[in-house]
Write a protein that binds this ligand. Structure first.
Ligand SMILES: C[S@@+](CC[C@H](N)C(=O)[O-])C[C@H]1O[C@@H](n2cnc3c(N)ncnc32)[C@H](O)[C@@H]1O
Length: 368
């Protein structure tokens, strides 16, 4: 059994007697150099997770910051081992205490590691952002601006709980960024307006996209392959529902546009520039696949079908006679449903208003 003890910036004096006892009687004490400096007993420092793995032994005590089970090493260790955890107050609890914010009304975002997204923002929403270092407040300002939320109020709280606790500059490497969002939010339900995406007209239109997303059935944490991503609209809406996305697009300029669209809509999308089906072989197994382009490319549907596990969903849009023939043949072989959507929108006809038909789309949807 490994014991993980959370320690705050207030150090040894801020620990409970049980936490102090665990540390002072540990046969082996492991911690980041910063944490070891806070306790009166010697320990072994570690800086990388691989290093810690090699040092772990029965009955050892690992120091963590704040609450080890909140974005901490305790949660990482508990995935593979049995751990006893003695928590301290988390930086999020301290920030809420200082700000007078109810913790249940706050959305916590971690920008530690490779994360570069705040998620879709809502007006008047409160965020607490866990920073990677003193440069994170600038990143937060950029991410807010990308979604049109530059009017948000941003406060930077550094070294919470320690003697050097402060608000504002100079920012410490240990900081939490409190954001009260101000801006025009987009709804979280699928079917965003087409002009929410930078596009050249070649985009899965809003009405069709809403149906496609309903058929794909996004769930938080599930992976979608958006094959022939174009503007990325389908994958981005999947990501806004909490999923992860691998977008495959053969055109470099369009692939860059997917990244811009994802950033302005508050999500991360992995974009692979390449030609399907070859490009698909490097991707992790998807929970769902959307084919928005390339259905007639030999081997493309086979590769998507073969990649899906049980309950995997495949949705294919066809707008040409050739691609429709392909999906009809696949439906005859594998079942699933075919839907044909013909949408008309109004447009001016002289001084009157007329109905303008949009390209009819045949949608094949199947679950493996
Ligand atoms: C109709 S658009 C997709 C629209 C997209 N769903 C959206 O909403 O923006 C088709 C896209 O598929 C891409 N494409 C077609 N065949 C492909 C292939 N074999 N591999 C990768 N991309 C492909 C094209 O470059 C184009 O951007």
């Amino acid at each position: 059994m490994i014991t993980v003890v959370g320690i705050g910036a207030d150090g040894w004096d801020g620990l409970t007697p049980a936490a102090q006892l665990a540390i002072s009687t540990a046969p082996l004490l492991l911690g980041a150099p910063r944490q070891l400096a806070l306790v009166p007993v010697p320990g072994t420092p570690w800086t990388a997770l691989s290093e810690l793995d090699a040092l772990l032994a029965d009955d050892c005590v690992v120091l963590a910051s704040g609450d080890p089970m909140h974005y901490g090493i305790g949660a990482t260790l508990a995935r593979a081992r049995e751990v006893r955890v003695i928590p301290s107050v988390s930086s999020i609890s301290l920030a809420c205490a200082r700000l007078g914010w109810a913790q249940q009304d706050v959305r916590v975002v971690s920008l530690v590691g490779r994360a570069r997204s705040l998620g879709p923002l809502r007006d008047a929403e409160r965020l607490l952002v866990l920073a990677a270092d003193a440069s994170t407040p600038e990143l937060v300002a950029d991410l807010l601006a990308a979604q049109g939320f530059s009017a948000s109020s941003v406060r930077v709280l550094s070294d919470l709980g320690g003697p050097g606790e402060r608000e504002g500059e100079p920012f410490g490497d240990l900081n939490v960024i409190a954001v009260e969002c101000a801006g025009a939010a987009l709804p979280s339900v699928a079917g965003l307006p087409d002009d929410a995406f930078e596009n050249d007209g070649q985009i899965t239109k809003r009405e069709v996209r809403a149906v496609v997303l309903a058929l794909l059935q996004p769930f938080p944490g599930q992976l979608l392959w958006d094959v022939g991503a174009g503007t990325g609209s389908v994958g981005i809406e999947w990501a806004r529902a909490g999923g992860t996305v691998a977008a495959v697009e053969r055109d470099t300029g369009k692939a860059e546009r997917v990244l811009r669209n994802a950033s302005s809509l508050g999500v991360l999308v992995d974009v692979l520039v390449g030609e399907a089906p070859d490009a698909l072989s490097s991707l992790a197994q998807p929970d769902a696949v959307f084919v928005g382009g390339g259905a007639t490319v030999p081997g493309l549907l086979d590769a998507c079908w073969d990649a899906l596990g049980p309950d995997g969903r495949l949705v294919v849009n066809a707008v040409t006679a050739e691609s429709e023939a392909v999906v009809l043949a696949w439906q005859a072989k594998h079942g699933g449903s075919l839907t044909r959507l013909s949408v008309q929108r109004t447009a001016p006809v002289g001084s009157f208003t007329g109905w303008k038909p949009m390209t009819t789309v045949t949608i094949w949807s199947v679950t493996r």
